[in-house]
Design a binder for this molecule. Structure first.
Ligand SMILES: *[C@@H]1O[C@H](CO)[C@@H](O)[C@H](O)[C@H]1NC(C)=O
Ligand SMILES: *[C@@H]1O[C@H](CO)[C@@H](O)[C@H](O)[C@H]1NC(C)=O
Ligand SMILES: *[C@@H]1O[C@H](CO)[C@@H](O)[C@H](O)[C@H]1NC(C)=O
Ligand SMILES: *[C@@H]1O[C@H](CO)[C@@H](O)[C@H](O)[C@H]1NC(C)=O
Ligand SMILES: *[C@@H]1O[C@H](CO)[C@@H](O)[C@H](O)[C@H]1NC(C)=O
Ligand SMILES: *[C@@H]1O[C@H](CO)[C@@H](O)[C@H](O)[C@H]1NC(C)=O
Ligand SMILES: *[C@@H]1O[C@H](CO)[C@@H](O)[C@H](O)[C@H]1NC(C)=O
Ligand SMILES: *[C@@H]1O[C@H](CO)[C@@H](O)[C@H](O)[C@H]1NC(C)=O
Ligand SMILES: *[C@@H]1O[C@H](CO)[C@@H](O)[C@H](O)[C@H]1NC(C)=O
Ligand SMILES: *[C@@H]1O[C@H](CO)[C@@H](O)[C@H](O)[C@H]1NC(C)=O
Ligand SMILES: *[C@@H]1O[C@H](CO)[C@@H](O)[C@H](O)[C@H]1NC(C)=O
Length: 382
């Protein structure tokens, strides 16, 4: 009897257990599907570990993000700033973060602090005014950093210089194109020892001295569409000293005079300036659009022409001097004319004085020529 009772009890227990298992499974299923629903934000598309929230008019980073994402695309939204509140959960697997084409102005301290695996950070096409040096993880592994057309203000490069010095040890591709940069602080890229590509296209640079001399890993340097008129020999030999460096220089307003001779010398080196055929003179007018590689040294307007130019500059001043002298002459004549009575009187006085004098002389002459005294003259043969 008790055996039957025991059996019943066991059956009941197994039933209960299986039911329990079922509810547990249901619960598990619900929560897992629920959590997977909640981890892909409404405005985004999630595919495996890639989260795409492009062009959704987002004003802040959608929350919460799946914990194990590797790529987050926030391009084309309206995010104004990123702070420690933007990514509250650590995203330790995130390697690619795209925030291009937003209106980013501020990147506060700790904004990217929890991204220990970040490799690519695209901040292009924004209006950055403030980038905290503490925004990035201390030992970040960022390799690709895109600041193309992202600085609101070209003076901000001074602040970025500090960022480059202290917080970006692994960067190998750095894009600073389209930022209207006018100058680069000396040694700005010194901290980026692994830098291999540096894009400075379409800025307003006029000189490039001691900027990349420490970056021995540099392979590609894009200086197209800047404001260089000439590059001094020091700059060119500094660049040439970096082994296997390829430089691009087209689209600059080269001034083809004596100073361009250094560049012509370096253009003869094969594989140094890769777009050497695309370099053309912007001035002087006679040489406009002439390819630099086809310039003859005799064509370059140099010192002799500079002397001509000096004369051309001086010519107007000679004319001026002539005018002044003429004016002085006219004034002199005018004074003479106005004073003509006084002058007449003065001339009469002189004439009278002369006449008196002459008369006196004549008188003496007459005395001298007196025949009674003539024999006193030893030369007289009268
Ligand atoms: C974003 O905003 C613009 C205009 O404000 C609107 O035309 C567009 O449909 C919006 N896009 C989305 C995805 O909401
Ligand atoms: C990421 O999470 C999904 C489910 O949310 C899981 O299937 C995948 O294995 C996770 N990947 C990693 C690398 O942890
Ligand atoms: C960041 O932007 C949000 C609006 O998008 C604003 O409420 C917040 O005050 C801003 N934070 C800072 C530090 O400027
Ligand atoms: C975020 O920064 C603010 C001040 O900028 C600070 O008060 C707050 O504690 C920080 N939060 C975290 C989670 O670090
Ligand atoms: C980083 O993640 C930790 C949790 O691991 C969190 O406590 C901290 O607030 C996060 N920091 C930031 C700046 O988001
Ligand atoms: C930086 O972003 C721009 C577009 O925003 C893109 O054209 C360029 O290729 C990017 N640079 C790098 C080095 O990825
Ligand atoms: C440009 O940036 C510099 C340095 O950050 C700042 O002092 C200056 O006020 C900024 N100018 C404008 C017009 O924002
Ligand atoms: C060059 O840079 C300026 C910003 O400094 C930008 O407005 C312009 O569109 C850029 N030009 C090209 C051809 O990308
Ligand atoms: C170039 O800059 C480095 C530091 O950035 C400095 O040590 C070096 O003396 C400079 N060289 C010249 C020729 O100015
Ligand atoms: C330019 O520099 C190179 C290498 O440093 C040197 O060989 C050459 O003589 C220099 N040219 C002039 C004109 O100083
Ligand atoms: C020279 O310019 C032409 C047209 O602008 C372009 O197609 C070509 O790729 C350039 N050559 C180099 C070596 O950059």
């Amino acid at each position: 009897m008790s055996n039957v009772g025991l059996l019943r009890l066991l059956q009941l227990q197994t039933k209960q257990r299986s039911m329990c298992n079922l509810t547990l499974c249901l619960l598990l299923f619900l929560t897992s599907s629920c959590s997977s629903l909640s981890t892909c934000p409404a405005q985004c598309l999630c595919e495996s570990t890639v989260v795409n929230c492009e062009s959704q008019n987002l004003t802040s980073v959608p929350q919460p993000l799946p914990e194990n994402i590797t790529t987050l695309n926030l391009n084309g939204n309206r995010i104004l700033n990123l702070s420690n509140a933007s990514f509250p959960r650590p995203l330790v697997h995130l390697t690619h973060l795209y925030v291009s084409g937003n209106q980013l102005q501020e990147l506060d301290s700790m904004a990217f602090q929890n991204f220990s695996s970040l490799r690519l950070l695209d901040l292009s096409d924004n209006r950055i005014l403030h980038f905290s040096i503490e925004a990035l993880h201390q030992d970040n592994k960022i390799e690709v950093l895109n600041f193309s057309k992202s600085l609101r203000n070209h003076s901000y490069i001074g602040v970025l210089a500090r960022l480059f010095h202290h917080s970006l040890p692994k960067v190998s591709r750095l894009d600073l194109s389209n930022n209207d940069l006018v100058f680069l602080p000396e040694g700005i890229f010194t901290g980026l020892s692994e830098l291999s590509l540096l894009d400075l296209r379409n800025n307003s640079l006029v000189s490039f001295r001691n900027v990349t001399s420490q970056n021995k890993a540099l392979k590609e340097l894009d200086l197209r569409d800047n404001a260089f008129k000439a590059l001094p020999n020091e700059t060119l030999s500094e660049l040439y000293s970096i082994p296997n460096l390829r430089v691009r220089l087209a689209g600059n307003p080269w001034r083809c005079d004596c100073d361009i001779e250094y560049l012509l010398f370096w253009l003869e080196k094969q594989d140094f300036v890769t777009d050497r055929l695309n370099l053309t003179c912007a001035s002087p007018r006679e040489l406009k659009h002439v390819q630099l590689v086809h310039l003859e040294h005799s064509q370059l307007p140099c010192w002799s022409d500079n002397v001509d130019e000096l004369n051309r500059v001086l010519e107007p001043s000679y004319v001026f001097l002539g005018l002044v002298l003429a004016l002085i002459g006219v004034i002199f004549l005018l004074v003479l004319y106005l004073n003509r009575k006084g002058i007449k009187r003065w001339m009469y006085n002189i004439r009278d004085a002369c006449r008196d004098h002459m008369e006196g002389y004549h008188y003496r002459y007459e005395i001298n020529s007196d025949p009674g005294l003539a024999n006193l003259s030893p030369n007289s043969d009268v």
